[in-house]
Design a protein around this ligand. Structure first.
Ligand code: ADP
Length: 500
């Protein structure tokens, strides 16, 4: 607008009506302009001041007409005015002169000035018209822009932008490091430059999503560096949208995850190795127990024959003691064999219907026989109760719990056994008055090889009895738990579901 307006200002003689029309137009343009438009004499006296100048500098027209322009010039920039007036006096324009001016409230306003001479009808320069544009917003935008540029430049992630056709139009230093191409090498090239041939269809998918305005986040893939290296990356791609909301390209951020991946792969490899070793260990325990059982069986057999041949009491006593130890050893080996079967998923139940009371009585009898100093009493109102399960395995659980009740209650002589029928299950409890278990240890006692006080215990063991018992009960779809108080005693409970 200024060009026409100023040409008009300089045009001397025009027919009146046309001149009037133009004058009106000119006034309207000046009044509605967003730029401050000010005119002044060559001495710097302000002769016009439009509404935008009022808004920009905070002075009204009435306040400024007749004042010197230095009103809005910061003291340290007064010599600029001399330079500008010098140019104008020579008939030159000063274009896009960026400087600061002072508003009424003392704020400095960054502006871009364009100043033209005003020429009288006689062709004499009589003043200057200045157009001032507030460039604060542009400066903020510029600052933002350079901040963003700095972030992109210093990022550790590769940041790349491309058109929807896949043509690369920006490439930051991290992209140079990651893929080995310099910016100049790739600008204008197609992004397929870094895509392995077998992954080209990924690009179609990504562009498809981005064209619809969608983001693609944390897409794990592989890209190709200049030297042929495969780079594992996590890719996030966002649409680039222009002012009118149209998607015009895509920006991709690629993070090198090779290191992350190799740590993960290493973890997986170690896990696999540990698993294999663990399986081998279980296999070994299984094999070893099996091999140990065979000679033990024949030792047992010969001991039995030997006991019938013994004539003197001492010899009989020693053989009996030996047989007892062999029995213990063989029970331990059976337990170990069972553990290996559980681990290998080969522990089988032989299900049948049986009377739980009878099995309980058999177990009590067995234990009472070898621990005759204990009073093992059964509290129940049941006379017979059929359940479905493996009676030998249930007996094994009972023997385990009873043996523990005796082993962990030195100096006492009483064990109480409870048997009751609940709504859908039978419940069995074995109570001792022994050393008990600390509350914080209770949750671990059913864990394989766990012993509450391994170092300090007078009782030896492998920590597998409860583990086996729990496995057997759970396979019967029952529950097993313990209640205990140190120094008072423990009660181990388990349930078995009843047939409906
Ligand atoms: P083991 O008795 O061979 O060590 P178990 O699996 O049978 O293995 O028992 C695990 C641990 O639980 C035992 O070492 C013992 O510390 C504790 N425990 C089991 N039963 C009792 C009990 N009746 N009283 C006190 N502690 C017990």
């Amino acid at each position: 607008m200024d060009k026409n307006a100023l040409t008009f200002l300089q045009a001397p003689q025009i027919s009146l009506s046309l001149a009037e029309q133009k004058q009106g137009l000119l006034s309207a343009i000046i009044a509605t302009s967003d730029d401050a438009i000010i005119s002044k004499t060559l001495k710097g006296i302000i002769t016009s001041w439009n509404p935008a100048a009022e808004r920009m500098f905070g002075y009204s027209e009435a306040e400024t007409i007749g004042q010197h322009i230095s009103l809005i010039i910061p003291p340290d920039r007064l010599d600029e005015e001399a330079y500008i007036i010098g140019q104008i006096a020579q008939g030159n324009r000063v274009n896009h002169f960026e400087t600061l001016r002072l508003a009424r409230d003392g704020k400095l306003i960054p502006i871009s000035l364009s100043i033209s001479p005003i020429i009288s009808s006689k062709g004499v320069i009589i003043g200057a018209s200045k157009i001032a544009r507030n460039i604060l917003e542009r400066q903020i935008a510029d600052e933002k822009q350079s901040m963003l540029a700095a972030i992109v430049a210093s990022s550790d992630d590769a940041i790349i932008s491309k058109t929807l056709e896949g043509i690369i139009n920006s490439w930051n230093p991290a992209a140079e490091r990651m893929f080995g191409y310099t910016e100049t090498e790739v600008l204008g090239k197609h992004i397929s430059l870094i895509i392995p041939p077998e992954r080209l269809q990924e690009e179609a998918f990504i562009i498809g999503e981005v064209s619809k305005g969608n983001k693609v986040d944390h897409f794990h893939t592989v890209r190709l560096a200049k030297d042929g290296r495969q780079v594992a990356i996590s890719l996030s791609v966002s649409p680039i949208v222009n002012d009118s909301g149209m998607v015009i390209g895509a920006s991709k951020i690629a993070r090198d995850i090779s290191e992350q991946l190799s740590v993960q792969q290493e973890k997986e490899r170690l896990y696999e190795q540990v698993k294999i070793l663990n399986d081998r260990k279980d296999e070994f325990i299984g094999l070893a127990s099996h091999e140990l059982k065979t000679p033990l069986t024949s030792i047992s057999g010969y001991l039995q024959i030997l006991s019938t041949m013994m004539i003197d009491d001492k010899g009989r006593l020693f053989v009996a003691k030996t047989r007892q130890q062999v029995k213990k050893l063989s029970a331990l080996i059976s337990d170990l064999l069972d553990v290996s079967k559980i681990e290998a998923g080969r522990l089988r139940l032989a299900l049948e219907q049986f009377d739980i009371l009878q099995v309980l009585k058999d177990a009590i009898e067995l234990l009472s026989y070898s621990n005759n100093n204990y009073d093992i009493s059964l509290k129940t109102e049941i006379t017979e109760l059929q359940v479905t399960g493996d009676p030998h395995r249930i007996e094994q659980v009972l023997v385990n719990l009873l043996t523990n009740a005796i082993r962990y209650s030195p100096g006492t002589d009483r064990i109480i056994i409870y048997l009751s029928q609940e709504l859908h299950e039978v419940r069995i409890g074995i109570q001792d008055f022994g050393i008990g278990i600390a509350p914080e240890k209770l949750k671990d006692i059913f864990t394989r090889f766990y012993r509450v006080d391994d170092t300090n215990s007078n009782v030896s063991g492998l920590g597998i009895g409860l583990y086996l018992s729990q496995d057997i009960v759970l396979r019967h779809k029952g529950r097993i738990w313990a209640e205990s108080e140190p120094g008072i005693g423990s009660t181990f409970w388990f349930t078995l579901p009843l047939d409906k």
